[in-house]
Design a protein around this ligand. Sequence first.
Ligand code: NAD
Length: 489
Amino acid sequence: MSIVTVAGVEVDTRHWIGGERIASADTFEDVSPLDGTVIADVSRGGRAEVDAAVAAAVAAFPAWARTSVDERAAVLHRVADGIEARIEDLAQVETRDNGSLLRSHRRGVMPRVAMNIRFFADHLRTLAHPDFDTRGHRNHVTWDPAGVTAIVTPWNAPLMLATWRIGPALAAGNTVVAKPPEWAPLTASLFADIAHEAGLPAGVFNVVQGLGVEAGAPLVAHPDVRRVCFTGSVPTSVRIGEAAARNTTPVSFELGGKSPLLVFDDADLDLAVDLAVEQFDNSGQVCLAAVRMLVQDGIYDEFRSRFLARAAEVTQGDSRDESVDLGPLVSRAHLDRVDGFVKRAVADGAQVILGGGPNDELNAATGGFYYRPTVFEGVGPEQEITCQEVFGPVLTLQRFSTEDDGVAMANDTEYGLAATIVTGSQERAERVSSRVRAGTVWVNCFFVRDLSAPFGGSGRSGIGREGGTWSFDFYCDVKNTVFAPRGWN
Ligand code: NAD
């Protein structure tokens, strides 16, 4: 069946190519992490579907690229209106599909999805670089549409992460082929419906459903693709980078992290504990999560006891229940992966001071994939649990003595996505923030994000920056035209 009803909402499980629904002969199962039931059989695309989608995007590009900035903005604002009108549908389907909290989808994530489209439609109008002179010649900088853009995204915030790239790509005048995550593919299909109803021309936005190696790989390797935007894990980025390099296709990579929460002696302890407990949000399936808690000697014991007391109060259950703090992990395979990290850490000598395994009672009662909030102490710098991204509700707690030690521990990672600093001293905040290696540093706050700010990772957390003008620098061919100092006929 190509149309299924999920959480009371009709969703088409076929691809969206050139303004038409196209089915594949094969399908893959989409399983809800809330209860382990199959909620959809989704078209399983491969090279043929990718070729068709890229061809549709190539054909649609010249006309879309020629539309004025105002025309494009008008269509994109209608798309954003359509998203706002369907926030409840999108939230319900996403929660059923990836297991994240319904209340977050309703109040934070889906409004941000609309904003992703609206913001970049408007920001395009503000792009300007002042003309400048070279020996009487006038230099004039423009942002030209680049062509077909491949957008490959993960499941932890599927529609939010996809539209954050779809917004600027379409606003720039590019056409898009999106490959949604196989563990949460449904809201991309609803987005295609919304964009179509808003008047986005056929072929400008396309969706190919499928598995990473079958649909993602031929897409990022396609010679007619002009930009590859990938959000996901480091190992996958290596394969995608190799494929894109063969065509000299520019890539934007937003990858994993192992970010620190640096708490100094002079910190507001209530705030530090609040920020630490927040790291369990979305069951730790957040690239930016500050999963390494580094706490200075003088307040370590106090922080430890208050944090553990608060963490023990975190409630776990059905993500549709507004009173629940923590839902399931996205899949059985991911639960097993997270549990593997935990088991190996225990074998490695790390001490579990909270949780330490799946929530067996809840899993038995629901059929879902719930994992208990877990905290390790007594971990060393070389251990897997302090070095590798787990992407689950698993934190480590370590102590440090001097500011230099704290900074050194914060930077002792191959990642560099974000860092959070908690301190009462402005001088220290300025000093430490300038020394930590991270694309985003939060001081006495967490997850404050502005679409006009640069976002991206240092080290192995990514390549490039997106947000505001940085997005258009990537999605466009930035051009400099030099006018000679002569009169015109
Ligand atoms: P993943 O790398 O396994 O998959 C991401 C996407 O890539 C999926 O759509 C998948 O189908 C596709 N894919 C897999 N193999 C491919 C291939 N060979 N060619 C092309 N596409 C392929 O990642 P995941 O498990 O879905 O997501 C979790 C990861 O994403 C974590 O590392 C997390 O930190 C990261 N993430 C980063 C950000 C950020 O902004 N930095 C945001 C969210 C998630």
